[in-house]
Write a protein that binds this ligand. Structure first.
Ligand SMILES: [Fe+2]
Length: 285
């Protein structure tokens, strides 16, 4: 996993340039790429992602950059005394927007304020996990459908004061009801198969009882999250990291108290269906 690109100025790419095709191919080939030494303004960063596909506007606007809704801000740095974006995002294994009908195909990250001690994101390649599954787990997932939801990860906002937990759960169920996807998906470009589940968002296998699901989920999560499957990617100022959400689970690192961190994320819908068999919707934001 992982490819590195340097010596390229992303601002100079035109939609037809050969370099852009190479970046696309490198993402599907390596699952994750890092493009070094970029100094993009927020507007230039959005512009670059537009050349790769359709930038996502995240469905909850408390994450948005004040001037560019396509930029999802993960930050614990206050600006002029004001909170911007959301702190403490993604400290659990997940793949972006797995709880939606059309999950996000690619995620890009640009670190803005780099913490002193921890500069890493953790990844698990789910195509590799699928290939390594022991028979007793493979039998559980082949041909199965899984149910995913994002309710437990809802970030409480200032406007939620005086609402009960039940009201918040009802609200989340209304805007992002649980969704179903195949437990094993086939990549539309590489045709590789990957296990598509995460302990962050996956609720269970369709058709199993509560007890059967508890047992099945625990066994699958334990196998997936084994240390031998975890890849740590360290990042630095000027990096633009892009990965394929069909293949990779990720988890952000926990910051020690007092450390500052800020990063910009732009989700990108590429030109392909999320997996073979799903309808490819046209994402017009
Ligand atoms: Fe994420």
């Amino acid at each position: 996993m992982g490819g590195e690109i340097s010596g390229l100025d992303l601002r100079s790419l035109t939609p037809e340039s050969a370099e852009l095709e190479e970046i696309r191919a490198a993402i599907y080939r390596n699952k994750l790429i890092v493009i070094r030494n970029q100094e993009l303004t927020p507007a230039e960063y959005v512009d670059f992602t537009r050349k790769l596909g359709t930038p996502q506007v995240y469905f909850q606007d408390n994450y948005h950059h004040p001037d560019f809704p396509e930029i999802f801000v993960s930050s614990n740095v206050n600006e002029e005394g004001k909170k911007v974006g959301v702190a403490g995002t993604g400290h659990y294994w997940h793949t972006d927007c797995q709880f939606q009908q059309q999950p996000l195909s690619l995620t890009s990250i640009s670190p803005v304020v780099i913490p002193q001690s921890v500069r890493a994101t953790y990844y698990i390649d789910m195509a590799k996990v699928y290939r390594a599954l022991p028979d007793e787990l493979k039998i559980l997932v082949d041909g199965s459908t899984m149910i995913h939801g994002g309710n437990n990860r809802y970030k409480v906002q200032p406007s939620d004061v005086d609402k009960s937990l039940q009201q918040l759960i009802d609200y989340m169920n209304e805007i992002v009801p649980p969704v179903k996807h195949p437990a094993v998906i086939t990549h539309p470009v590489t045709k590789e198969k990957a296990l598509y589940m995460s302990s962050g968002f996956t609720m269970g296998i369709e058709g199993l009882t509560y007890e059967e699901n508890q047992k099945a989920m625990r066994a699958l999560f334990d196998f997936t999250e084994r240390e031998e499957h975890v890849h740590m990617h360290s990042w630095d100022k000027g990096d633009i990291i892009i990965w394929d959400n069909r293949f990779l689970l990720h988890k952000s690192s926990q910051l020690p108290p007092g450390e500052k961190s800020k990063s910009y994320r732009i989700g990108i819908y590429d030109a392909y269906p999320f997996y073979i068999g799903i309808k490819n919707e046209n994402h017009e934001n």
